[in-house]
Design a protein around this ligand. Sequence first.
Ligand code: GDP
Length: 297
Amino acid sequence: MAFEGLAERLQSTFDKMKGRGKVSEADVKEMMREVRLALLEADVNFKVVKKFVNDVKERAVGQEVMKSLTPGQQVIKVVNEELTTLMGGEESKIAASRKPPTVVMLAGLQGAGKTTTVAKVANHLRKHHNRKPLLAAADIYRPAAIDQLETLGRQLDMPVYSKGTKASPVDIAKDAVEQAKEENCDYVLIDTAGRLHVDEELMSELQQVREAVDPDEILLVIDSMTGQDAVNVAQSFHEQLGVTGAILTKLDGDTRGGAALSVREVTGVPIKFAGTGEKIDEIDVFHPERMASRILG
Ligand code: GDP
């Protein structure tokens, strides 16, 4: 599971402090040094680590900690709160348009988990919000993606709009929205094409789809196993497409978790969901506070 190494290191650092009645300035310094190393080792972006450590220090200094009066527990509380803030603070819900259907476009690199995630989010919307989604197969360059989405649609007994690989993604997206209106579907989830790397052609196509259907959400699907690179990918997509949220996949793998901890801070967009397995129901709404508590034990 993600964050195991980080959680272990932070917890052992804090365990040393927990029992103490008083914490000196030197103790806090030492503790923050350990926190810094633990975050870097977990592959958190170095700029993010720097800011995080400074924020915690600043707040800890503002408290009585420096007067050697406050228990170590209080510093841990500050770290917990800052970790929550780093991951976005509040839970961020998926958009719901007042004028249905709500159009959600999913973007990301090939293999990030887009197609799977389209079905997972659709299932989540139906199960927990009683919504009726339509899935749109606009990844025309990977023929298997269309089959995959159709298979998932059948499994879920949900409509899938596809026009094969010959139609343009723009037309597929536009027609899917029309189809959703006809079928009284209140969400359209568009699976878009990915590439191995960010390139101009991909971005231009995604921009055209965006222009054509004016999505309520553009969710970037990020493979958390890709570490630091995930941050660069997120930045490029955000700059060129203006994403409204992120979904981290494969948090069940042995990722060190750095991406999860950096993406929000670097892009400023909220993480909305976390994928935790290959099965259709293995997706969770991303709760920064719960995640922070899980890391800190
Ligand atoms: P796409 O190219 O972005 O559409 O990616 P796919 O949806 O085809 O997913 C690529 C692979 O990642 C597939 O084998 C999925 O089963 C797998 N996958 C997607 N999300 C998760 C996840 O949260 N956890 C795990 N373990 N595997 C995932």
